[in-house]
Write a protein that binds this ligand. Structure first.
Ligand SMILES: *[C@@H]1O[C@H](CO)[C@@H](O)[C@H](O)[C@H]1NC(C)=O
Ligand SMILES: *[C@@H]1O[C@H](CO)[C@@H](O)[C@H](O)[C@H]1NC(C)=O
Length: 600
């Protein structure tokens, strides 16, 4: 079924056209018939004239082509007068579709201050009309709103921007139009929007809220406690707005620091060391805030500078002693109420309160010292003895009269100086032995002495016998050597000598004591080795043993009753008594009494 005839028609909707046939010569006996796609529904034919018209509106975008056949037949016989002619109706495009932005609305972002022409995004509109025929689908883009910041390439739809500052405005709504018909009059148009967000760059420096700050900080503000806050604002956002703070001048004592409050981005002024109102009352600090990120444009640091004046406020502080430890000395023989020394403390606050002094009695349990409440003079309350306590280390306190809770303490170390108040004495109890047949001039004992005092130059002792010109013994002055003067000592005559020796030190004034040296006369070998001494005497010490004491008591009792006691009995008792005789002079006397009394 090859079309015999191909008609290419460009039909406008509701338009009509005419079929021509060679047979149509005004013959009223023919009629036109139509068959094929849309015949009788979309297309109708005038039987007489062959005019074809569209029965409804044709939409090229719905169906662009129809294939139909037309034939001329005899009206009476209905016999075809010629073979059917096939023809195609092509629906011609009309611009009945506006451009459409299928993907809109759009969003885009671009760093602020980007160069002119930096691409933001690209928009695309589509047009359902015939892209081939006419200009119905020839689109032209333009910006309706958003100039002069944005530009669009009219054919590609590329949206670009001109350099803009985020800090001026962060978001722009760009309205874009696409118009067909090449943008000419009568074309259809569609619009879309592009929301453009400018992203931040660090193009703004920090800026202190004030050129100078002033803070009043109490001198007792704790280390690390905030003393004031400064703030450098930054028009940028995020990391670009962050700054660190530092002190670049006016803090020679290295007392302050500034840390950044992560929440508020404020700089917190704190103390690293304590303030002291009394030594410095104000500071002029130079502080800087520096962006943590480099300047995006120059690459250098962004910073700002401000002055911070710190006024130190006086706080009530305890009085301050002139020394933390006082060292005094006093001679041990110092009189009661002697002034040993004075402490002093001062209230350094501007109020200059009066100060009162006390001794911490826990450190002076003996109440050895007194202190004058008003002038801090320490006096002696009780006699001292260096040989008992050489140091008295006490604590004194100073309190403010105005505020008793303001207390400070100092140590007072009192050294007791030596006075020669102790006499030397024998280092031990000496007991010497002398040979009956010993040679005269022999050293029978060397005496050593000790002394509780402690003179700085050391001790020198002098020894002498209490009895001048003792016929039996002598002593070397400085060495303490006791020497026998002759060789006629006999046990039977006297077996024990009690020799009083005077020891003297060389203090000022000198002190001395008398000590007794016991010398026993013994029998010796030819070589001068001691062999036998008086046994009882040797056993008995200077004092009395328990046994001796009992014997003495027994003797006394017997003496009291001896009038009634037989004579022979008495003799036995006094035998015991006689052994005691040698031990002590006292006993000797008593023994004699016992000897005489009962006999008569
Ligand atoms: C007392 O203080 C002095 C001096 O500080 C010191 O030498 C001495 O050892 C102290 N004495 C006592 C018992 O604390
Ligand atoms: C000296 O020794 C003799 C005995 O040898 C004695 O009689 C005399 O009393 C002694 N003198 C002194 C002072 O002890």
């Amino acid at each position: 079924t090859q079309p015999n005839c191909l008609l290419v028609l460009e039909l406008w909707p509701s338009d009509w056209f005419q079929l021509h046939t060679d047979l149509d010569m005004g013959n009223k006996n023919i009629k036109y018939v139509l068959a094929g796609e849309g015949a009788g529904t979309i297309f109708a034919i005038n039987e007489r004239t062959g005019d074809i018209h569209a029965m409804k509106r044709l939409d090229r975008e719905e169906k662009a082509e129809y294939t139909l056949t037309a034939q001329v037949i005899d009206r009476d016989t209905n016999q075809p007068l010629e073979p059917p002619s096939e023809f195609i109706i092509k629906v011609q495009d009309i611009n009945d579709n506006p451009p459409q932005f299928i993907e809109g609305p759009y969003k885009g972002s671009v760093p602020e201050m980007s160069q002119v022409g930096t691409s933001v995004t690209r928009v695309t509109a589509t047009d359902a009309d015939d892209p081939v025929y006419g200009n119905s689908a020839r689109l032209v883009y333009s910006i309706l709103e958003g100039q002069p910041y944005f530009s669009i390439d009219q054919t590609t739809g590329k949206v670009a921007l001109a350099g803009m500052d985020r800090e001026m405005r962060e978001e722009y709504l760009v309205v874009i139009q696409a118009k067909d018909m090449g943008g000419h009059m009568g074309g259809l148009s569609g619009t879309t929007t592009v929301t453009v967000t400018l992203t931040d760059i660090n193009d703004n420096p920090p800026k202190f809220t004030k050129g100078s700050y002033e803070f009043t900080i109490p001198e007792d503000l704790g280390i690390g406690k905030p003393g004031g806050r400064v703030k450098a604002n930054d028009r940028d956002i995020g990391e670009n707005a962050k700054s660190t703070y530092s002190i670049i001048g006016g803090d020679e004592r290295d007392i302050f620091e500034i840390v950044t409050d992560a929440q508020t981005q404020e700089g917190i002024l704190r103390l690293k060391k304590p303030l002291d109102f009394e030594s410095k009352k104000s500071y002029n600090l130079t502080v800087v805030a520096t962006n943590i990120r480099a300047d995006s444009i120059t690459g250098g640091p962004y910073m700002d500078q401000a002055m911070v004046k710190v006024i130190v406020e006086d706080a009530d502080e305890p009085p301050v002693f002139t020394k933390s430890t006082y060292l005094f000395d006093v001679h041990e023989n110092a009189a009661i109420n002697t002034v040993i020394g004075a402490v002093a403390a001062r209230d350094q606050d501007t109020t200059h309160s009066q100060v009162r002094y006390f001794i911490d009695r826990h450190t002076d349990l003996e109440r050895q010292f007194n202190i004058n409440v008003d002038d801090g003079k320490i006096t002696l309350a009780k006699p001292l003895d260096r040989e008992t306590d050489m140091w008295h280390n006490i604590t004194v306190t100073a309190t403010e009269v105005r505020n008793h809770s303001q207390i400070s303490r100092a140590t007072v170390a009192i050294k007791v100086l030596d006075i020669n108040d102790n006499a030397p004495e024998f280092a031990t109890e000496y007991e010497a032995f002398l040979c009956e047949n010993g040679k005269p001039g022999k050293v029978i004992q060397t005496i050593n002495a000790v002394d509780k005092d402690n003179p700085s130059q050391g001790h020198t002792f002098h020894y002498r016998l209490e009895m001048l010109n003792n016929p039996n013994f002598t002593i070397k002055n400085n060495l303490g050597n006791v020497i026998a003067k002759h060789d006629s000592f006999r046990r039977q005559k006297q077996d024990t000598y009690l020799l009083p020796i005077v020891v003297t030190d060389d203090g000022e004034p000198p002190m001395s004591s008398t000590n007794t040296l016991t010398i026993r006369v013994c029998g010796c070998s030819r070589e001068g080795i001691v062999q036998s001494c008086n046994v009882e005497a040797f056993v008995l010490p200077i004092g009395l043993s328990m046994g001796a004491l009992i014997a003495i008591l027994a003797c006394i009792i017997l003496l009291l009753v001896d009038v009634l006691v037989p004579f022979s009995y008495h003799g036995l008792v006094c035998d015991i008594e006689e052994t005691q005789e040698r031990a002590s002079n006292h006993q000797r006397r008593r023994g004699r009494e016992g000897e005489h009394h009962p006999l008569r």
